[in-house]
Design a protein around this ligand. Sequence first.
Ligand code: PEP
Length: 248
Amino acid sequence: MRRKLVAGNWKMHGSLDFNAGLVGRLRDGIGEVACDVFVCPPFPYLAQLQQLLAGSEIGLGAQNASEQQQGAFTGEVSLAMLRDFGCRYVLLGHSERRTLYGESDALVAAKFEAALAAGLVPVLCVGETLAEREAGLTETVVFRQLRAVFERVSVKAMAAALLAYEPVWAIGTGVTATPVQAQAVHAAIRGFVGAGDAAVAEGVRILYGGSVKPQNAEELFGQPDIDGGLIGGAALVADDFLAICRAA
Ligand code: PEP
């Protein structure tokens, strides 16, 4: 039985004041939540969040990381630095990184391998655009993104990672994949992993991301292959995020 997990991706939102208020409310409400939870603030706030979350059940993650260990890589943040600030998780290959910042499948795969080597839990984000879905290419795209990772690490390595299916057309748009649509892709992803290692496929948690709200979370999380959510906009509203966590 896979334990449900809900993660909040704060994207480029927050301030010292805002974060303190939001985390205070999350800490107040987390006692009623049965699933695993973590939040991913922007890099500059990791130190603040490490303190705000001390002693709480809410974990800390980052939104990205460099595949390099250290050196002349201006503007980059290493995985070791994330560990220094108490991060356990790191999102990799979010569609905004892939589309707005040109991150290739190969780069995301290199980051994934580096994250595992650094002892963090990588959250590999995969998903198709609307045009790709309409062209019937959803599985082709998602499998290509997965294959790039399996060219660098063995399928067994996925046991120490998380997957997130995030259809690009559903992220931040208010348009959510239907539970049936999402379940179909989650099952396909599990099948793809299972072709390499059935036990790993059975154990790996696959999160759904894309306009999850309190109103649709329960039905999505009720699907057999949906193990929780990666939440963007709603993660910035304490009541909504907590309601989504309670639905998991
Ligand atoms: C995300 O950023 O990963 C995401 C799913 O965003 P939203 O929930 O706002 O669609």
